[in-house]
Design a protein around this ligand. Structure first.
Ligand SMILES: [Zn+2]
Length: 295
């Protein structure tokens, strides 16, 4: 008993002697702005777990996704962060797709005179959803639109159905950078992003992304350690979706969807992918919908 008491005391002394940050992992600040290495004018604004790209030119700024969802003040901070870099007007706000967790809260940009651009389907979705916190796009396109401003070219391209039916990829041809949201990650497991998705066409859109000319990917959610993505990440993500699809297809044809298949699905090869545990049920559910029911 005495020995146990002494051990507890020693334990308490060691614990009390630790600096505060060693007892609990330090939380990253809610907002962060970083310039993309090797570029003169490409920035990433992060608000909690979402991020957007903005491009600064002498004639104005091209911003993307307002990301005012978990934090309603994110777009106000976003605009302030742009103002720290330049006084040039924000000419455009481009939506990656129509989901609120990326595009809600554009009003400060609208008030500043920005033109909102999205895929045609995103506008149709947003008009039907009529969310009071989301700005309806001013301009739309169907397959390709190129924005040229102050010597910078930004290409907006629809790659087909994937994580949603309104997702586009944005490419800076000179910088060889793409900004792509939710249909690809920099090494993290898909999760809730499966809910609204088109799994068969998704694979084709990733193949189209691979065929495009770029070196670095800015994802809509930061990769592990905040790293950018590469084509290897796209290859991995495609392989993960293909493996998940094949595994559930077999289970579905044994009549195991929904519940049994969702319990039996292992996706063993991808166990070490960040976010695996949390993401797997969403992946299993979506592919059970596809192969078990045809939806
Ligand atoms: Zn989304």
């Amino acid at each position: 008993m005495q020995r146990l008491f002494a051990a507890v005391l020693v334990g308490a002394a060691v614990f009390a002697g630790l600096p505060a940050q060693a007892q609990a992992p330090a939380q990253p600040p809610p907002f962060a702005t970083t310039k993309v290495e090797g570029t003169d004018n490409v920035y990433i604004f992060r608000a909690l777990g979402a991020q957007a790209m903005f491009v600064v030119t002498p004639e104005g700024v091209i911003a993307t996704d307002p990301i005012s969802y978990s934090r309603r003040d994110a777009s106000t901070v976003y605009l302030q962060e742009i103002r720290k870099v330049t006084n040039a007007p924000v000419k455009y706000v481009v939506y990656s797709h129509h989901h609120y967790d990326h595009i809600a809260g554009g009003k400060p940009f609208k008030d500043a005179g920005a033109i909102f651009v999205s895929h045609q389907r995103a506008k149709e979705r947003l008009q039907a959803l009529d969310d009071p916190h989301t700005v309806i796009p001013d301009q739309t396109f169907k397959s390709l639109r190129t924005i040229t401003l102050g010597g910078t070219t930004l290409e907006l391209r629809y790659l087909g159905l994937n994580h949603s039916d309104s997702t586009i990829v944005m490419r800076l041809p000179k910088e060889k950078i793409v900004f792509a949201v939710d249909f690809i990650s920099a090494g993290t497991m898909p999760g809730r992003g499966m809910i609204d998705s088109y799994p068969i066409e998704w694979e084709d859109s990733l193949k189209r992304l691979l065929a495009m000319d770029w070196d670095r990917l800015i994802p809509g959610h930061p990769g592990p350690g905040g790293r950018l993505g590469t084509k290897k990440d796209v290859q991995d993500y495609l392989a993960l979706l293909q493996d998940a699809s094949a595994e559930v297809k077999t289970l579905a044809r044994e009549g195991k969807c929904w519940d049994t298949a969702e319990k039996e699905m292992k996706l063993e090869k991808w166990k070490s992918f960040p976010g695996f545990e949390a993401g797997l049920p969403f992946v299993a559910r979506r592919y059970c919908g596809l192969w078990g029911r045809g939806t």
